[in-house]
Write a protein that binds this ligand. Sequence first.
Ligand code: ADP
Ligand code: ADP
Length: 224
Amino acid sequence: APLLSARGIDKAYGPTPALAGADFSLRAGEVVAVMGPSGSGKSTLLHCLAGIVRPDGGTIHYDGRELTAMSDAQRSALRRSDFGFVFQFGQLVPELTCVENVALPLRLNGTRRKEAELRAREWLARLEVEDVAGKRPGEISGGQGQRVAVARALVTAPRVIFADEPTGALDSLNGERVMALLTDASRDTGAAVVLVTHEARVAAYSDREIVVRDGSVRDTEWAA
Ligand code: ADP
Ligand code: ADP
């Protein structure tokens, strides 16, 4: 059985639907690229799968549990324990240093400061940005910021990483490097990745690609 699956997902923000009958499946450890034109519903699909947005219809299952039947508090707890997030603009906390930013998800899960910062430093080193540990996000480059964001997404050893245009604000060289580091780390740790992108060059780092068109995905995996 897939780790994460969705069937017939509907979501509308107004009169026009953002998603209409979208299907999706993700196996443990798999990297899936969600492609499609701007406005096709890619981010909405990611937000539904990650339990951030509650769909109007359809069902989502994660690891044998029905995500769409959970309360807001249950989904929020699941996001903290099992999911990691990387967005287009790192969304690091500007007041915290980079090592404190990476340690934050561990601190929220109850890990002591010393242990959390030790593990955060290990992840910064792995993403080749240990030198920015003591700097604040405003003092580092975009490429460095995205590496810090990837370290923060991985530090809790999530089973699924949700990455929404993670290289969208980077030049192609930095973008490729961040994708290589992200996919290497996910393979090493066994984390699956849902990667939203409109760039073929970025999708090339995935195991499988699906395409969203006008709010609909026919995930070919279901036919198998
Ligand atoms: P993509 O990620 O493929 O660019 P989105 O999922 O962001 O597509 O958007 C799909 C559609 O839903 C678009 O028409 C967009 O304008 C609309 N939409 C997305 N998020 C919101 C929101 N929070 N409020 C209103 N409309 C939204
Ligand atoms: P990258 O190759 O990661 O994009 P850059 O070549 O842009 O890095 O930046 C090199 C150095 O310049 C970085 O180590 C960083 O300290 C500094 N730097 C880059 N951009 C900024 C910025 N917007 N604000 C402050 N310092 C920056």
